[in-house]
Design a protein around this ligand. Structure first.
Ligand code: PHE
Length: 360
């Protein structure tokens, strides 16, 4: 009679020694396969007397189960190792410059983000960041938009299912929650930050994408006033559109987190089809909202609103990028069409700087 224990330890050793999935499968066929050693053993059960079968049956089946189990475990190990090896062999060093023959280009939105960062860095602003999935509290409540406030309906929000800890999140509808994050992180003025990034609203047509980009600016210190806001917006627009002559218009507006609130437009000429000129013409390009930071927002972030004031603005980047680079449809930004990217993209190594040129 076959010594089951020694057969089992032999098979388990073979399984452990199988170096790849092919070798392991060979062990499986040689043991559990139709003509395998374990199957052959099980086939002898029919010839046993009922008494012998009572004793041997569980032993045979135990062997079969042990072998099957060991094969499954080893198979998973080998699959993990194969995946690790593949991942290691396929690593890409993303810090390497792209090979010229691959023709990679920088997306116009990335280019514009770099340009804006360069402009504001020159004015002494740091870049602040916040997540796309934001606390409802930061996106709304701390910005003086409490739950059930009608201003929540100003923006069509993508809500995220409530978390286990009861906190609720949204896809941020604007970059303004980064104001809250910047104030909470700094703890005290002075604050001078911009925050470019993605924002989301339930909206989609030729001029609206459900995901779009804004740049937020926030300055908080003693003695900050509307003049600082106006000057900053002007300098930003001149630098961004790379022209000295611009004309801005401020319209009174309403945002729960600023008081007073203003919206900014820039004079432009769109009378020649396919062309836009700034500084002349009878048309206005909408830039976005702004205002003096509401005292309740300062207080919600732990700032003394008697002592400090601030301004903020949040401008839409996609439309500004479309106008600067002559891109007609906002949706084409996000369609990942390589032909479009080759046409509108920027050379990967041209880093925008104010002295070297923003968009050359
Ligand atoms: N968050 C506002 C919007 O998305 C813009 C804004 C930012 C207004 C900062 C005032 C101050 O429309």
């Amino acid at each position: 009679m076959t010594d089951i224990a020694s057969l089992q330890s032999q098979i388990l050793a073979d399984i452990a020694a199988a170096g790849d999935e092919t070798a392991l499968d060979a062990v499986r066929v040689a043991t559990l396969g139709k003509k395998g050693s374990v199957s052959a053993l099980l086939a002898t059960m029919g010839k046993l007397s009922p008494e012998e079968r009572k004793v041997q049956g569980p032993l045979f089946n135990g062997l079969k189960d042990a072998v099957a189990e060991a094969i499954a475990v080893r198979k998973a190990e080998l699959a993990d190792a194969a995946l690790d090896a593949r991942l290691a062999s396929e690593t890409v060093d993303v810090t390497l410059p792209p090979a010229p023959e691959n023709g990679g280009t920088v997306h116009p939105i990335s280019q514009v983000l770099e340009e804006i960062t360069a402009i504001f860095a020159d004015l002494g602003f740091a870049v602040a960041e916040g997540p796309d999935v934001e606390f409802d509290d930061y996106n709304f409540t701390k910005l003086n938009i409490p739950p059930d406030h009608p201003a929540r309906q100003m923006q069509d929000t993508f809500y995220v299912s409530p978390q286990a800890d009861g906190s609720s999140h949204v896809l941020r509808t604007h970059t303004s929650p980064v104001q809250v994050r910047a104030m909470l992180a700094a703890g005290k003025p002075p604050i001078r930050v911009i925050s470019p990034g993605r924002t989301y609203r339930v909206d989609s047509d030729a001029t609206h994408s459900p995901m779009f980009h804004q740049v937020e600016a926030l300055v908080v210190d003693e003695g900050i006033h509307l003049g600082h806001l106006k000057w900053t917006v002007e300098e930003f627009c001149k630098a961004f559109f790379e022209i000295d002559q611009i004309e801005l218009r401020a319209r009174p507006s309403f945002f729960p987190f600023t008081e007073p609130s203003l919206e900014w437009d820039m004079r432009c000429d769109r009378s020649v089809p396919g062309q836009i000129r700034f500084g002349t013409g009878n048309d206005w390009l909408e830039l976005g909202g702004s205002g003096m930071v509401h005292r309740k927002v300062l207080e919600n972030c732990g700032f003394d609103a008697q002592k400090y004031t601030g301004f903020a603005f949040g401008f839409g980047l996609d439309r500004m990028a479309m106008l600067k680079y002559g891109i007609p449809d906002i949706r084409s930004f996000f369609e990942s069409d390589l032909r479009w990217l080759r046409h509108y993209g920027f050379a990967a190594l041209d880093i925008p700087t104010l002295d070297g040129g923003l968009s050359k």
